[in-house]
Design a protein around this ligand. Structure first.
Ligand code: FES
Length: 132
């Protein structure tokens, strides 16, 4: 279960967060935007994604975990893995677990002008188009 995430000061805006170079191909990057902790990860094609930096299981910071070779974020506590869409793709030692019922909150992310941008709403219904 995901908790609601609010960007109280500037909701529903595209905002720059960090230089794109700060997110290594095989690493994670933690940043806080308007008091909302985020973790960035790149998939194996180099596309950046942003998740709320809170494991849906026990709220541990995902940024303390690792990026898996598949481009997922693995929580450091119990090892649950989340893909770039926030879907839980593995719960170690519990093959019967209902992974489909678990989802990390996702924040829309773009890379443009050498910067990482996020849209300040988690799991939005409608994203304002990124200004080109
Ligand atoms: S707290 Fe993240 S897997 Fe348990």
């Amino acid at each position: 279960m995901t908790r609601p995430t609010t960007f109280a000061s500037f909701p529903r805006q595209w905002t720059p967060v960090a230089p794109a170079s700060a997110l290594a191909a095989r690493g994670l990057l933690a940043r806080t935007v308007d008091s909302v902790p985020l973790v960035f990860v790149r998939d194996n094609d180099g596309k950046a994604s942003a998740l709320v930096d809170r494991c849906p299981h026990r709220s541990v910071k995902l940024s303390l975990g690792t990026r898996t070779p598949e481009g997922c974020v693995q929580c450091p506590f119990h090892g649950w893995r989340y893909d770039a869409e926030g879907a839980c793709v593995d719960i170690p030692f519990n093959s019967d677990a209902r992974k489909q019922a678990v989802r990390a909150s996702v924040v829309p992310c773009r890379e443009a002008g050498g910067l990482l941008w996020v849209f300040t709403e988690a799991d939005p219904v409608e994203v304002v188009p990124f200004p080109e």
